[in-house]
Ligand binder design. Structure first.
Ligand SMILES: Cc1cc2nc3c(=O)[nH]c(=O)nc-3n(C[C@H](O)[C@H](O)[C@H](O)COP(=O)(O)OP(=O)(O)OC[C@H]3O[C@@H](n4cnc5c(N)ncnc54)[C@H](O)[C@@H]3O)c2cc1C
Length: 542
């Protein structure tokens, strides 16, 4: 048995844990911090290291330069509209407000002070469909993606080597509370490589162990879409867009001790998942940024949704509609020209230009499309199908499907109805997807990435491409309830002395700042926000 001692123990080395540690050592370099991480050293940084690096800000310099008038008041109205909070979301709602009003001071300027830079064009995501979403663009891309975010923060952390000890490949499997369950006293676990148990005695523990989306079976167990439609089905294939280590192990350890978990059925899954061409684990998925000019159809070839599905407005609507379809999966129908211009993958891995800060390469992909990405996926992703005729495309689609089959005539009619409207000309457009493309193209950030009314069966844009899309897990919106200092609340609604939860474990604050829907880019920001706030309280106690 190994024994450790520390002033503060941080369980989980993702963005929220790293931020908490950094904020503490920068203010109190003489205290001992122990970070316990079950993953490998090379993956230090958790999900943030793989992330796209889009961060939600309200009132940034980048917005002002683009003439975007934003304010916390406007953002708070948008947030309330999108979240659909329920009466028992007391702490989540308070945290959300604190975050909307505090993100510029606590996250934006903090990141800038650490050396993080943002791309000058702010993206406009989650604009809202039936209920208002982001009234203005707020998604700020980190120049270098989440990979750079973690690289820079770790560089700062390294300056405090003497105060910080990091145990990799060590999994915590118990958190100790005193007999009244009012105070934390330590934790224990196991070294995964040697099977040697360990114990840590401490008065302060921060749980920053992420969410539950690394275990799709758990996501299925807490499936939440039936709350909105009884036609909702759980997909047979649910791709894993997270990391295996984010399996909620600590959530359930805390739950066993009587600590309430708030609404784990609120999940932020994505509609456009495909199998990773080189998976590191079984079921690993990639989340595509869907093409706006593609037609989204079900297994039979029928267009999904009324209004039809188009991304950038309401992710929850996309997922809710797809899980009502036969098999709870969908098809994205397009041609090569559309894929080249509009298709992207969310995350650091397939966006080398921006990740590696190569401005020339990045601009080339914006102007001429990401040829490397499209060809890699066409050649090695099992969900990508190409063909030079619709007959062939349908044949190949059906070779991939068992239970349901695409009907050639149905798909042909679906496409022709759309294509012929484009051919009749703009003044006769009466299709919601075309109206949305018009709307998207009004904003410079989208105009350069969205084609001007592209027909699908236009032979000059061939080959045809069909992509089978599965629902992909990504973020857990619910979690451990925390008060406004990030202290974990027990079932008597009292804070447990010395026990904190930050980032995704806490539903990004208070058990869930997002309610049912996220305005996007709010995950990275709130990991930093909750981490810094926890550190502020901890600094008063050590
Ligand atoms: C591809 C991708 C793209 C994304 N893009 C964006 C984006 O553009 N904008 C945005 O806002 N968000 C984005 N996100 C989401 C965001 O990255 C995460 O929500 C956030 O990084 C979560 O950080 P965390 O510290 O709370 O948890 P995690 O990053 O999950 O870290 C938790 C850590 O705890 C460790 N751990 C778990 N259990 C134990 C245990 N029992 N003992 C010891 N260690 C344990 C895990 O190994 C892990 O390293 C993206 C996510 C992905 C995967």
């Amino acid at each position: 048995m190994k024994n450790y001692k520390a002033d503060v123990v941080i369980i989980g080395g993702g963005l929220s844990g790293i931020t908490t540690a950094l904020e503490i050592v920068e203010n109190q370099p003489n205290k001992k911090i122990l970070i316990i991480e079950r993953g490998l050293k090379e993956n230090f940084g958790g999900l943030a290291k793989k992330s796209f690096g889009g961060v939600f800000f309200t009132g940034s310099k980048e917005q002002k330069r683009l003439g975007i008038k934003d304010s916390p008041e406007l953002a708070w109205m948008d947030w309330l509209s999108f979240a659909e909070f329920e009466p028992d979301d007391e702490y989540g709602k308070m945290w959300a407000k604190q975050f909307v009003y505090g993100n510029i001071d606590y996250v934006y300027y903090w990141l800038k002070s650490k050396g993080i830079r943002f791309f000058p064009v702010v993206h406009w995501v989650e604009r809202g469909l039936f209920t208002p979403g982001n009234s203005v663009p707020r998604f700020h891309m980190i120049w270098g993606t989440g990979y750079e975010l973690i690289r820079v923060l770790l560089q700062h952390l390294e300056k405090y080597e003497q105060s910080i000890e990091i145990l990799f490949r060590c999994k915590v499997d118990d958190i100790w509370l005193d007999s009244n369950q009012k105070k934390v006293t330590g934790c224990s676990g196991i070294h995964l490589d040697t099977n040697e148990p360990f114990e840590v005695h401490t008065n302060i523990i921060v749980v920053s162990a992420g969410g539950i989306t690394g275990n799709p079976e758990l996501v299925k167990k807490y499936w939440g879409y039936q709350h909105h439609s009884k036609d909702s089905k759980i997909p047979k294939i649910l791709l894993n867009g997270s990391i295996l280590e984010a399996d909620g192990s600590l959530h359930f350890i805390l739950e066993k001790k009587g600590i309430p978990l708030h609404k784990l059925h609120r999940q932020w899954n994505y509609a456009a998942g495909v199998h990773h061409p080189n998976p590191k684990f079984n079921g690993e998925g990639l989340s595509l940024v869907p093409a706006k000019s593609a037609l989204w159809v079900n297994a039979y070839g029928e267009r999904i949704g009324n209004p039809p599905l188009v991304s950038a407005y309401d992710t929850l609507y996309l997922v809710r509609e797809i899980v009502k379809q036969p098999g709870a999966y969908s098809w994205h129908i397009m041609n090569y020209k559309i894929a080249l211009k509009e298709l992207a993958v969310s995350g650091a891995e397939f966006n080398e230009g921006i990740r590696d800060k190569k401005i020339f390469q990045f601009l080339l992909t914006i102007l001429f499309g990401n040829k490397k990405l499209v060809h890699t996926l066409m050649n090695s992703c099992i969900d990508f199908i190409t063909a030079n005729s619709l007959e062939d495309l349908v044949k190949k689609m059906n070779e991939l499907q068992d239970e349901y089959k695409t009907d050639y005539q149905t798909l042909k009619d679906t496409i022709l109805r759309y294509d012929s409207m484009i051919q009749r000309g703009k003044k006769f457009f009466n299709d919601d997807q075309l109206r949305r493309i018009m709307h998207l193209r009004q904003y410079r950030g989208d105009r350069i990435r969205t084609l001007k009314f592209q027909r699908i069966l236009d032979k000059s844009a061939f080959p045809l491409i069909a992509i089978r899309l599965h629902i992909l897990t990504r973020k857990t919106l619910g979690g451990v309830i925390t008060n406004l200092k990030s202290q974990v609340m027990n079932n008597q609604n009292q804070p447990i002395e010395g026990l904190y939860a930050v980032g995704e474990t806490a539903g990004f604050g208070g058990g869930g700042i997002h309610g049912y829907r996220a305005l996007e880019g709010t995950f990275l920001g709130s990991c930093i926000f909750t981490g810094r706030i926890a550190a502020k309280d901890i600094l008063k106690k050590i």
